[in-house]
Design a protein around this ligand. Sequence first.
Ligand SMILES: Cc1cc2nc3c(=O)[nH]c(=O)nc-3n(C[C@H](O)[C@H](O)[C@H](O)COP(=O)(O)O)c2cc1C
Length: 364
Amino acid sequence: MTNASLSPTDLRDLAAAGGAAPSLHNSQPWFFRSTGDGRGIAVYADRTRAVPLTDPDGRAMHISVGAAVFNLRVAAARLGRDPRVTLLPHDADPQPAAVLDLSRFAHTADPRRPDLYPAIARRHSSRLPFANRDVPERVVGELIAAADAEGVVLAVLEEADARRVLNLTAEAERRTAADLARQAETREWLRVEPATDGMPYQVLGPQDHDARVPVRAFTGRPPTPPAPTQRFEALPQVATLTTRFDRPEDWLRAGQAMERAWLVATIHGLRMSVLHQAVEWPDTRANLRDPHTGPGYVQMVLRMGYGPPGAPTPRRPVEETLEPAGPESTRRLPTEPAPVRGRPTARPWGRDGSGSGRAPSRGR
Ligand SMILES: Cc1cc2nc3c(=O)[nH]c(=O)nc-3n(C[C@H](O)[C@H](O)[C@H](O)COP(=O)(O)O)c2cc1C
């Protein structure tokens, strides 16, 4: 145990690491708050940043928040702390997604474990073509072990399964493209002007000339403005993340597993991106599961390979994501139902003290 409270700089470093996590459409649906004793940090889902048509249950939101939690754990270790994580504690109102108790000093770092901290800033989604080069077995083993340490199964798919999953992804992508409301929702997260969230056009990447890799066309099908096409790898290397159950705590675990595996991949110079479309429709999601494995729920589809790094996406400043502890921070009500997000520039409801803190209900 240590009595040492986290300094303001520690808290800022932690929040910056958490905020660097991947999230659906770079929505960054989280905020952080020092715990009352000053020796920990709580992570909240910011439901004002929901993507409700694409993610009606908040599953992807919890995955994103889980990824932020993993980054916080890595950053805490960097501060010499041994994080103890409680997911979804019941005794707090509003309920955090996770509380990290950082009151213990870490024992000496395990030399067999790589320091993942530098990979947090280097990790970016790469939606670019990869080389026709297999991921070595040794690296595959490390990715599997990374997810396993979080209680999640990472499977790198054999050719037939990879093609099955890519076909389901293509089917889901077609459906999403035909759904005008979802398309409009996705467009709300595209950014032409400099911004601190959402997706700048330059990170979207090309479409596959041979239509083997169904990368998400964020601007509709056909993409508008037209996206360039390039030849992608002949046999994409695809991995799935599967959990035994499908509860919010499983989603948070899946997010931690994804980020852990992604940081390990980054250390090995391996790029990744997410192919999430098939997870967003119940029937394609159910069919993602390998019929030969036991029961479980596919939470993520990841494409990986060797190629150029993806371009960085912006992040909200720490001043926005790190709240002071204390009663004034209840101004945002994370237990409120997820609102439909307004125009991209809209401020979350009630944050400036105006309004009721309740979102106007639109379309739900
Ligand atoms: C739950 C979830 C779903 C995502 N779905 C997709 C997807 O379908 N296609 C895609 O290209 N990227 C997807 N992403 C990646 C995000 O777009 C990306 O993390 C975000 O824009 C931030 O960029 P970065 O990963 O480079 O930091 C997803 C990420 C998460 C966490």
